[in-house]
Design a protein around this ligand. Structure first.
Ligand code: PAF
Length: 286
């Protein structure tokens, strides 16, 4: 039976007791609206740890005014049932008042890693993400924490934060989980119109085209970016916000493909900006 914990003190006490008993804690931070991508990470956490905690907290700090903070889907009962089906022991669901009782006095600021891709579009976003993740790590005290590779920039930034702040936590990157037609699972897919939903698998198809070009020997980013952009423009009604090739995890734009890189794309539909990526290179992110 999954227990919902709303009090920070209770969560800290539980974590302390598990640590004291030598039990490992797995942690899946989420903003709710759970889908198979989250549940895959939760099942993995359950398999790899003695105790598993998932947080459900829509973090106001990572939304700029005018973004979808108010509209973000919230249904704690449904999320708890889903987490329970994945075997999660505790859902940590604090209120905004509990997490941020006063005006924030000290917050974290991400450097260069947040100046590109999503960070360039949403300047305060990753500062809000690392601030809340840092707080959640201090409260839940996990041994392992699970993040999706769909948000590859977030994963790179959290890994750097853990390194810079000496958190004794292993960050585990989870492969992108997709719908049957290839659309990457995302809580924001519900914002798509019927027509856009039909077009959205084109995001993965454009990345498959990029992979084919790469496998055939193409190493010029420009050629791959142009092919992906043309595919997206002819197969979706969305606006192609960005297609680019970056090194991973340094997130430096690459003109020539060498070593571990990822091809990142963002398409803006009427109410949702969808992202997807493909990691190519010598090693995988794990
Ligand atoms: O990826 C998310 O859902 C959020 O950015 C996270 C990591 C839960 C922090 O609020």
């Amino acid at each position: 039976m999954t227990e919902v914990i709303t009090s920070i003190q209770d969560m800290k006490r539980l974590a302390h007791d598990f640590k004291h008993d030598g039990k490992s804690i797995g942690f899946v931070p989420t903003m709710g609206a759970l889908h198979d991508g989250h549940l895959t990470m939760m099942r993995r956490s359950v398999k790899e740890n003695d105790v598993s905690v998932a947080s459900v907290f829509v973090n106001p700090l990572q939304f700029a005014p005018g973004e979808d903070y108010d509209a973000y889907p919230r249904d704690i009962e449904k999320d708890t049932k889903a987490a329970e089906s994945a075997g999660i022991d505790y859902v940590f669901h604090p209120s905004v008042e509990a997490m941020y009782p006063d005006e924030i006095g000290v917050a974290l600021k991400v450097g260069k890693l947040a100046e590109v891709l999503e960070g360039a579009q949403r300047p305060i976003h990753f500062n809000g993400v690392v601030t809340v993740v840092n707080k959640l790590f201090n409260i839940v005290q996990p041994d392992r924490a699970y993040f999706g590779k769909k948000d590859a920039q977030q994963l790179a930034i959290v890994e750097k934060m853990v390194q810079d702040f000496n958190h004794p936590i292993e960050i585990v990157g989870q492969d992108i989980v997709r719908e049957d037609d290839g659309l990457a699972k995302s809580s924001r897919n519900v914002y798509l119109t019927e027509q856009e939903r039909q077009e959205a698998p084109a995001l993965q198809k454009s990345l498959q085209l990029a992979e084919k070009l790469y496998r055939e020997g193409e190493r010029e980013s420009k050629i791959i970016v142009e092919a992906v952009t043309a595919y997206l423009e002819s197969h979706t009604s969305g606006h192609v916000d960005e297609v680019a090739v970056y090194s991973y995890p340094e997130l430096v734009e690459q003109h020539h493909i060498e070593g571990r890189i990822f091809i990142s794309l963002a398409v803006k539909f009427s109410k949702a900006r969808l992202i997807d990526n493909l990691i190519i290179g010598d090693e995988e992110i794990d």
